[in-house]
Design a protein around this ligand. Structure first.
Ligand SMILES: [Zn+2]
Ligand SMILES: [Zn+2]
Length: 486
């Protein structure tokens, strides 16, 4: 027997409570129970799939721009292909543990551990000398045909122009012309420094990546290779586990399921080896090297280590955020470049903060500003209040691209023979402050970490507590010991 109990809010299908019994009397009793359940709205758990859950969860999750990009990538590439079609209420801890174990062995979900060839579905490209179309058109037509017929699917990577040329004996000029034409037509997407891909929404079906190539397929000419397992890093698996925990917790709140399977699953643990912080001498070496390359770059790195600000936060610093008289900088925005878009967003922890800077740093900033103003004055322009402290354009209207800064600092560190990046600079700041006897709370506040100390900061009449002034002076003196700022 079955009793209608309303409509499932997600699948829009009618919910029927069902039961099978043997005798007429049992049937009467059961029917009574079913009707009671239906009238009380006690419906079976929803039939939603993990794929639906991930979509609903991603839509409401409070992720910042960069976290969102990362997490949506994990959902698309790993979570949906692995668990997407499963019913939310069917997912149990052991299923997640098994998934984590597989990812730890190989990040390719289609890999079972047995050797296999990673086929690339590049068609055989031939140029017919009797064809009246130019060679590039013939190549473009063959590739378009392969995409139309589904040999190549959205998201498939194409080998590089030089690789195809070498494998298939087609001139690089012809290939380039064909690729440019296909890109212009929106058929493929050319990406800087990465393989071009077939345009369109990639499928979540992992079987597609191991689909059998057509009869025309030639492994040698397509450049197919034996699959090599790439274990997924424990930290990455933990990231995936984090998304799943959040999503299933939401599913529980929404009453889609009674339990959170992520609670009983255990992602691989990372062995946390304490990373030794760079020594003051080494930090000073990199600052000196950076300064000889570009005075502003030297100042940038100096500010990273004495303030502990994040890369994008320092890029986003405008003149109005700097108070040289009182020795303060206001860190309110994080400047990021995502998919070519430049965005100023709230700081990572959504807390703006004021930081004390030492007199040496103030003097360095003042010199830097004088230089910019002098250059501008020579062409009759005044430096605006919203100009960025670090910029490569004359009027300082556009800040440095954070990726560019990373690159520049890496080059300076390389030249100085020191292993240091911007994150390492922050690490240096934190460890030196803690080693110097500054408490964790204030160090956290200085670094803009959420929680510890930030709330305390807000209650001070002076935006910067005395201890932060001491921190600023301490860091400056420590770093200057080996580098003496001008
Ligand atoms: Zn092949
Ligand atoms: Zn593998």
């Amino acid at each position: 027997m079955s009793v209608y109990a309303g409509t499932d809010p997600l699948t829009r299908r009618p919910i029927r409570l069902k039961s099978t019994v043997k005798t007429e009397q049992q049937a009467q009793i059961k029917l009574g129970e079913l009707l009671k359940d239906a009238s009380e709205g006690r419906t079976p758990e929803t039939g939603a799939t993990v794929a639906t859950l991930m979509d609903e969860y991603a839509a409401v999750a409070e992720w910042d721009v960069s976290t969102r990009q990362t997490n949506e990538g994990f959902i698309r590439r790993t979570i949906k292909p692995a668990l997407g079609p499963m019913k939310v209420r069917k997912v149990r801890g052991p299923i997640l543990d098994k998934l984590y174990a597989e990812l730890k062995r190989c990040g390719d979900l289609s890999c079972t551990g047995k050797p296999f060839i990673e086929h690339r579905n590049v068609p055989v490209l031939t140029i017919n000398p009797h064809d009246r179309r130019p060679a590039w058109q013939q190549v473009a037509a063959t590739l378009t045909g392969a995409i139309r017929s589904g040999i190549l699917v959205p998201g498939d990577e194409l080998p590089s122009i030089t690789e195809v040329s070498a494998l298939q004996g087609i001139g690089t000029g012809v290939m380039r012309h064909a690729v440019e034409a296909l890109a212009a037509g929106g058929v493929i997407i050319v990406r800087h420094g990465r393989p071009a891909v077939v345009a369109g929404e990639p499928s979540n079906d992992p079987r597609l990546s191991r689909r059998r190539p057509g009869p025309e397929h030639d492994c040698n000419r397509a450049g197919c290779r034996q699959h090599v397992c790439h274990p997924m890093k424990p930290s990455t698996i933990r990231g995936i586990h984090g998304i799943l925990s959040g999503a299933f917790a939401a599913a529980q709140r929404w009453e889609w399921t009674d339990r959170n399977p992520a609670e009983s699953a255990k992602p691989p643990t990372t062995i946390r080896r304490p990373i030794p912080a760079t020594s003051p001498e080494d930090v000073a070496k990199v600052i000196t090297e950076a300064r000889t390359r570009n005075a502003a770059l030297g100042l940038y790195l100096w500010l990273v280590v004495v303030t502990g600000v994040r890369r994008g936060e320092l890029c986003g610093l405008q003149l109005r955020d700097i108070d040289l008289d009182r020795g303060l900088v206001h860190v309110a925005f994080n400047y990021v470049v995502r998919g070519g878009q430049r965005v100023r967003k709230d700081t990572k922890t959504h807390q703006d903060r004021w930081l004390a800077i030492d007199p040496d740093a103030c003097a360095l900033i003042a010199t830097h500003l004088d230089e910019i103003s002098a250059t501008l004055a020579s062409v009759g322009i005044e430096l605006r209040d919203d100009a960025y402290l670090f910029s490569n354009d004359p009027s300082h209207a556009r800040p440095w691209n954070p990726d560019w800064v990373t690159h520049q600092i890496a080059a300076a560190a390389d030249a100085a023979g020191v292993d240091l990046d911007i994150k390492g600079g922050r690490h240096y700041t934190a460890s030196q402050l803690l080693a110097g006897g500054f408490d964790l709370r204030n160090t956290a506040a200085r670094l803009g970490h959420s929680g510890g100390g930030a709330t305390t900061l807000r209650h001070y009449a002076d935006p910067v507590p005395e201890v932060d002034r001491r921190a600023a002076a301490y860091l400056a003196q420590l770093t200057a010991r080996s580098s003496s700022p001008p």
